[in-house]
Design a protein around this ligand. Structure first.
Ligand SMILES: C[S@@+](CC[C@H](N)C(=O)[O-])C[C@H]1O[C@@H](n2cnc3c(N)ncnc32)[C@H](O)[C@@H]1O
Length: 289
């Protein structure tokens, strides 16, 4: 599987192949455990059922592609598309291990790849549609692949301020880390929170030609890092999300003081079932025509 880092999303292609992809592969089990309920909520909203042909955009390490494959059964099919080679390799290996004959994968940029016209009953994504340089072009491109009677369903994050599981570790390290080089993407720039504004989501999808657009809040509790000891979850919180990005940009090592600060921030949320914190996402559904 190969995809050159070119085109409008070249920066993201590099990022998801060189930096973030290998990390997602390493933390696959933890991430899957943490975000599975949110993806399942979007599948439910999208009404994806037996016999459907589904495109899983930004399928990553493949958990959702396999869940979708089970939902649609032998008479349906799932195509997972992603720009990350390391994550797609994992996805393909997982599908082979099941084995899931109705799943295939393509190493492609969902914004620019030519998908077969009208071939899908549903386009689905779990946190894989927030990284497009030109979201209107990307969603219009995906719409061409959807059958007249088909639709779109995805889940994306609400803003950072609504997601303490990401903002609290960041706030905990703020006084201990040099934040002068921390990336501060402009509102709407590609990144985990680019679809945080529901009016923007509606405008993007409307401009891309979708109809019956619903953007519904999903407020829930997530088990940070999918569970484990408090120390394991501190490690996870320092490896994923804004705290990890700030540390990387600072070039600083993780000191005991930094670990203690994150531990203090997370310990009030520690339960017998791991560290449980509030999270907020949008579950978005739309018709293609
Ligand atoms: C936050 S991860 C989510 C992965 C997976 N959906 C999950 O929930 O585990 C975002 C995924 O979107 C992929 N991605 C980003 N931009 C993309 C694009 N233009 N086309 C296809 N995939 C893309 C990344 O490589 C990554 O796998």
């Amino acid at each position: 599987m190969s995809l050159s880092a070119s085109g409008p999303n070249s920066e993201q292609i590099r990022y998801w192949n060189e930096q973030s992809g290998p990390k997602w592969v390493r933390l696959e089990t933890r991430l899957d455990e943490q975000i599975a309920p949110l993806g399942l909520a979007a599948m439910q909203t999208g009404g994806i059922g037996a016999g459907a042909k589904v495109l899983d955009v930004g399928c990553g390490c493949g958990q959702t592609s396999l869940q979708l494959a089970e939902r649609v059964g032998e008479s349906g099919s799932v195509l997972g598309a992603d720009i990350s080679g390391p994550m797609l390799e994992r996805a393909a290996a997982r599908a082979k291990a099941v084995p899931a004959a109705n799943v295939s994968f393509v190493h492609a940029d969902a914004q620019t790849h030519t998908f077969p016209q009208g071939a899908f009953d549903a386009v689905f994504s779990r946190f894989g549609v927030m990284f497009f340089a030109d979201p209107v072009a990307a969603f219009a491109n995906l719409r061409r692949g959807i059958a007249d009677s088909g639709g779109l369903a995805f889940v994306c994050w609400q803003p950072l301020s609504e997601n303490p599981w990401m903002s609290e570790p960041m706030a905990a390290i703020a006084g201990l880390v040099d934040l002068s080089n921390t990336p501060r993407p402009a509102p709407g720039a590609p990144g985990p929170f680019s679809m945080g504004d529901p009016d923007r989501v509606r405008a993007i999808l409307g401009d891309a030609g979708y109809t019956s657009i619903d953007v519904d809040p999903l407020r829930t509790e997530v088990s940070l890092g999918g569970g484990g000891t408090l120390d394991e979850i501190v490690d996870f919180a320092l490896e994923m999300g804004p705290a990890s990005a700030a540390l990387k940009a600072s070039g600083q090592d993780v000191t005991q003081e930094i670990r203690d600060a994150v531990r203090d921030a997370l310990s009030p949320h520690a339960t017998g079932k791991g560290v449980r914190m509030d999270a907020a996402a949008w579950v978005v559904a739309a018709r293609a025509r």
